[in-house]
Design a protein around this ligand. Structure first.
Ligand code: 5GP
Length: 114
């Protein structure tokens, strides 16, 4: 399978505004933000969708969520509230098939979403 755009970003072949990186995950600003804070938390392991995550990925998935929480604190949106979103497959709006978590904050979000 060809490399996702996120793998190219992780390899610094395409530029992005990184806000965090460690051995397992990166976090970077979304190129088309839908909220004042819109960060993508992306594992270096190129899992295409949440459906493809296995029990072996349990720690990695937890790390993505806890990384999002830490960034929410750093960005000052934790108290007011924020939303984490995993879009899984086209029916949910997934466009990049390399699993990622959207961290959205800095504005009010309706529930249920549209
Ligand atoms: P999805 O729709 O798959 O859940 O989310 C993919 C996200 O990746 C979208 O919000 C889109 O704006 C973002 N995105 C797509 N291409 C790029 C890129 O080249 N750079 C960055 N920083 N974000 C991207």
């Amino acid at each position: 399978m060809s490399e996702s755009i996120f793998t190219k970003i992780i390899k610094r072949e395409i530029p992005a505004n990184f806000v965090y990186e460690d051995d397992d995950v990166v976090a970077l600003e979304d190129i088309n933000p839908v909220a004042p804070v819109h960060i993508l938390i992306i594992p270096k392991k190129p899992i295409p969708t949440l459906n493809d995550a296995s029990d072996d990925d349990e720690n990695l998935m937890g790390k993505m969520i806890l990384t999002a929480k830490k960034i929410a604190l750093e960005k000052g949106i934790a108290e007011d509230g924020y939303r984490l979103v995993f879009n899984c497959n086209e029916g949910a709006g997934q466009t990049v098939f390399h699993i990622h978590c959207h961290l959205l904050g800095g504005r009010y979000f309706n529930w249920p979403p549209g």
